[in-house]
Design a protein around this ligand. Structure first.
Ligand SMILES: Nc1ncnc2c1ncn2[C@@H]1O[C@H](COP(=O)(O)OP(=O)(O)O)[C@@H](O)[C@H]1O
Ligand SMILES: [Mg+2]
Length: 196
């Protein structure tokens, strides 16, 4: 399965999502994460700590791809529309992370608009959702659902342990922190929605 993670906005958790979905898929079969982000976040992580799956840049990725059962592709912020269309057409599922704020939601609607005429399967993932009693997450979900868009049932909570994971160069389930399993469960629930 090829899963691409893309958004028009930076800082919405694309790389975090790609990395944790790759961790989830690796538990099922050999998984390759292709780091198409110019900031090379995932490659950085794998150099800093140890990631449980293979990471490659796009050039290596082309020759490695056939060796892996699952491929997750992380993409740069602000792809131009043509770039996005190419990325979207080449995958089985496009995951579009969005934070629940108005600017990110507007960027998400823009992407969805571009995809409208392509036969692309996509699903929107709410990320960095602020904790209760803040209702931004639920409100954003309602907005997206009312617009008739596909949204993952599970969302990703805003938890500081995700930043610790990035610093340590490991997926969140390997961080020694009271919240690591709660954070990890956010992504395993999403993984199950993709590939139970
Ligand atoms: N669920 C979350 N809770 C808290 N911080 C998060 C979460 N997801 C991502 N972050 C942090 O937000 C920042 C942007 O995330 P990143 O995955 O790099 O986004 P993008 O790839 O879209 O630019 C990073 O510092 C990351 O550690
Ligand atoms: Mg990124």
């Amino acid at each position: 399965m090829i899963i691409t993670v893309a958004a028009f906005k930076g800082g919405v958790g694309k790389s975090t999502t790609a990395l944790h979905l790759a961790t989830y898929f690796q538990n099922q079969a050999d998984t390759l994460l292709i780091d198409g982000d110019l900031n090379r976040i995932a490659l950085d992580w794998s150099n800093r700590g140890s990631l449980p799956f293979k990471v490659a840049d796009e050039q290596q990725g082309v020759s490695l791809a056939r060796l892996y059962e699952h491929i997750v592709i992380d993409t740069p912020a602000r792809p131009d529309p043509d770039e996005l269309k190419t990325l979207a057409k080449g995958c089985d599922l496009l995951v579009i992370p969005t934070t629940p704020d108005a600017i990110a939601l507007a960027a998400t609607l823009q992407i969805v608009d571009l995809l409208r005429n392509l036969k692309v399967k996509y699903k929107i993932l709410l990320t960095i959702i602020p904790p209760h009693p803040n209702k931004a997450g639920e409100e954003a979900r309602t907005t997206l659902l009312n617009a008739g868009l596909p949204v993952f049932k599970s969302g990703i909570r805003r938890l500081a342990v995700f930043q610790r994971a990035a610093l340590e160069g490991v997926p969140v389930n390997l961080v020694k922190d009271a919240y690591s399993q709660i954070a990890w469960r956010c992504y395993t629930e999403v993984g199950k929605e993709i590939l139970p």
